[in-house]
Design a protein around this ligand. Sequence first.
Ligand code: FE
Ligand code: FE
Length: 218
Amino acid sequence: MKQTKRSSAENKNGKQQADNNKQASNSNGSERHESLLEKFFIDQLKDIYYAEQQLVKALPEMQKACTTEELEDAFGNHLKQTERHVKRLERVFQAIGKKAEGKKCEAMDGLIKEARSIISETKEGSMTRDAALIIAAQKVEHYEIATYGGLVQLAITMNLDRPAEILDKTLQEEEETDALLTEIAEANINIDADQENNYSWSEKEETTMEYEGSANSF
Ligand code: FE
Ligand code: FE
């Protein structure tokens, strides 16, 4: 771990320095300076605020493309939760006295792009499409879990009790969604998708897959 490079004494000095800085700015009557960690926390909040808003737009497309009702319902329910995630983030911004604003998140844009290409590359009504959509959605959930997990821990460290509580609520919903998607895939979809012929993928993809298959004697 990189943290071990600094001795705890150095860390203590750093903390002392930070406390002095806070005191100095407070005694001057000026606004307290944000620590680098606070800045990073806010930056990550903006990242996930943007990401959740993009998901509110993408989930209906994924929902519409589903083959099974089960997955359609799961995406529909998660869309409602995602709308609440946006609102919760606004409450977190409010709790720390910051304006709610998003910051372009290339990672989430990429994951959503991947989900869209699955829709265009798989055959409508196929189980292969659902199996692939589940994996795409789980990649999104894992990104959210990593972000919210980190944000909760940072909030706890900085004694931001209310924001930590709010963020943890969302973290739990993302984890439940991830587990539900695994359940849905394992119950039927993956097995049914395995029974489908090669035509579940578009012509272009099929050619690529065949070539890779023969090259690796798959
Ligand atoms: Fe979310
Ligand atoms: Fe989510």
